[in-house]
Design a protein around this ligand. Sequence first.
Ligand SMILES: Nc1ncnc2c1ncn2[C@@H]1O[C@H](COP(=O)(O)OP(=O)(O)O)[C@@H](O)[C@H]1O
Ligand SMILES: [Mg+2]
Length: 429
Amino acid sequence: MKILVIGGGGREHALVWKLGQSAGVEKIWCAPGNAGMAQEAECVVVDAGGVTGLVAFAEKVKPDLTVVGPELPLVNGLVDEFLARKWAVVGPDKKAAQLEGSKIFAKEFLQRHNIPTAEMYGAHDSAGGAYGALCAVDWPVVIKADGLCAGKGVFVAPNPDAATDFIERVMEKNELGDGGKRVMLEEALEGEELSFILLTDGERYAPLVPTRDHKRAFDNNQGPNTGGMGAYSSAQLLPADLRDMIEKTIVEPTMNGLAADGIPYQGFLYVGLMLTKDGPKVLEFNCRLGDPETQAILARVDFDLAEVLADAAGGKLKPEKMKWKGGASACVVLASGGYPGKFDTGKEILGLADAARVPDVKVLHAGTRLAGDLIVTSGGRVLGVTATGDTLSAALEKAYEATGKIQFDGMHYRRDIGKAHQQSSAAGD
Ligand SMILES: Nc1ncnc2c1ncn2[C@@H]1O[C@H](COP(=O)(O)OP(=O)(O)O)[C@@H](O)[C@H]1O
Ligand SMILES: [Mg+2]
């Protein structure tokens, strides 16, 4: 099997790593990939967001299967182009990807099918309308930009001044671009957050092992939000009774709702949940795997990933094939100095070979590139040091041991991955 992986971050490196271990895989391309993926696959200079360039490349090399990492090509309709040419691809088409591409579309879907979610106060396409609506909400209120905003489109506003300021920045100053053309106001929920990620072929689905990520930049959930500073996976994260409740009250109604609406959904579906005192409620859908959750999830794969993904693309998912390693896994993200704010790139990364020698560790690359013989930083999140172990503490110990061997100018990371949630329940992890 020849496989094309679209994207160039830690999530995609994890996919390449595990696809490369599949027996039937003879070739992997990545568009555009990174320095880590370049050691395991052929990286090609094609923009991951551009549908035309990706179709042209696939036309040329004819992969047997394409796996789409990020949301942008999905929301831009890449899968529609592939399906029109009868090419096997993992990921939802443009319509189904609206579950992530439009938060208002997702909310209306949830309401239509009576799936538990925060109450929507209203949707607005003008700043005036949104300001006006603030007099009739409870505080805090959650303000969500409708479109893709790379994690910057949601604000839990404590009071009218803060809400007005956010609406002004999003709708009048267009700070988030087109993603902020419409906003939605919704009820603020309280509880602990949990991601539930599944793979579906449109009919059958299989949950992946549970994970939790860490969004804040610094230890103890301090500092600004990031794309994710680490993640871990262990069975303890999701007791069987909670899993059953999520499947019964959220996942099954979602699958049935998609079918009833004539929106066949194939690929990964990421359900962001708040575990409230009234049960789990949906915060959002993502139409792809999370990053860095994927790194922790795929570290526990004990099955042939390429075969399972090809089954899913072909409408023949066999959930029973998906066997997982017991124990736990953890991914510690090493970020550039200043991230998530301004940061420099081009810093030489030292110690990668030493880190790779720690047993059960895989150093997954995110923002890295080759500069001659050197591997240098090229993004905010640079590496995801990923380890497995019989217990979460064993996995964490190995991940941090390997982390200790890596160095680059300005490097920072959290020292409390896998621990933070025990200290604060509503901090937004
Ligand atoms: N209704 C809500 N109540 C409380 N917190 C919320 C609510 N919706 C979102 N949040 C918080 O904002 C974060 C980001 O919101 P989310 O809907 O996941 O959008 P995105 O990931 O696209 O930024 C969530 O992880 C959660 O911490
Ligand atoms: Mg989210």
